[in-house]
Design a protein. Structure first.
Length: 270
């Protein structure tokens, strides 16, 4: 009579070690996708620490049937390690197997935490780079203070490219810094915010194009060119949209604990 584990005990044993072999020197994955969509390949074994039946390896007659079938008496191993531990009882003692189980459960948790920390660090690094991209007159000054509208448009285009590719070009076309595009941001919330910012930047460029066609603004002055918008609402829209963009960006900065950017650079005094 074998005191086998129930399915739920087997699942718990595997789950708690991330379905990897609990021999710390092995750590082989034991589960993967089968060819059929619903199929799972399993090469793992819920092994008994003290044998399931009399005469088996490390059999302990002093424990109850319930204890023998319990989670405490099991260890998740790959097939070769499960054969290994049963082939040498002196080498693979009850204490040793319990230590393996303990260590593997701890490693499984550490692996989870590690990945999260790494991803957050990477995200924060990318956000810092993007903030740098926005720290320029095109996003910090009111539209009435802009120099050439072509430069304004180019600055927005460069920022869209920087968000999408991680490459920030300066106004003379040289590459200022290379990072990575927003698509690799791990946090879905941050990625969505950056996507929204990108859409708003595209809208700014489109609106500027229409404004130019319609002659919504005129230039005056020699050398230091100034702009005059005939449409006050449009002028306000350009400022309001950039203010909103920086607000969204700054909400991400706040979560990372770095300074955000504000529009306009200096609070306007009326
Ligand atoms: Zn193994």
């Amino acid at each position: 009579m074998r005191d086998d584990f129930s399915q739920s005990v087997k699942d718990l044993l595997g789950n708690r070690v991330g379905w990897k072999c609990s021999n710390p020197n092995c750590r082989k994955p034991t589960r993967g996708a089968g060819v059929e969509k619903t199929n799972i390949i399993n090469i793992g074994v819920a092994a008994h620490i003290t044998a399931a039946s009399k005469g088996g390896p490390r059999y302990d007659e002093n424990i109850t049937v319930q204890e023998r079938k319990s989670f405490e008496n099991g260890i998740w191993l790959c097939q070769s390690c499960s054969k290994l531990i049963d082939s040498d009882e002196i080498r693979y003692t009850v204490d040793k197997l319990k230590r393996w189980k303990d260590i593997s459960e701890q490693i499984a948790v550490l692996e989870l935490e590690d990945v999260t920390v790494l991803k957050n660090d990477k995200d924060a690094e990318l956000i810092r780079f993007y903030v740098q991209c926005f720290d320029r007159p095109a996003f910090r000054d009111r539209i009435c203070m802009e120099g050439r509208m072509e430069d304004f448009d180019k600055a927005i285009e460069d920022t869209i490219i920087a968000l999408n590719t991680g490459v920030l070009r300066t106004r003379d076309g040289s590459i200022l810094k290379k990072s990575e595009g927003k698509s690799i941001i791990a946090s879905p919330v941050w990625r969505e915010k950056l996507d929204t910012i990108c859409d708003m930047l595209v809208a700014l460029r489109k609106r500027l194009k229409i404004a130019k066609k319609e002659g919504a603004y005129s230039t005056y002055g020699e050398g230091e060119v100034m702009y005059c918008f005939y449409d006050r609402n449009l002028e306000e829209w350009f400022d309001f949209t950039r203010e909103e963009i920086l607000k969204i960006l700054s909400s991400v900065c706040e979560e990372i604990g770095i300074h955000g950017l504000y529009f306009p650079r200096e609070p306007h005094k009326w």
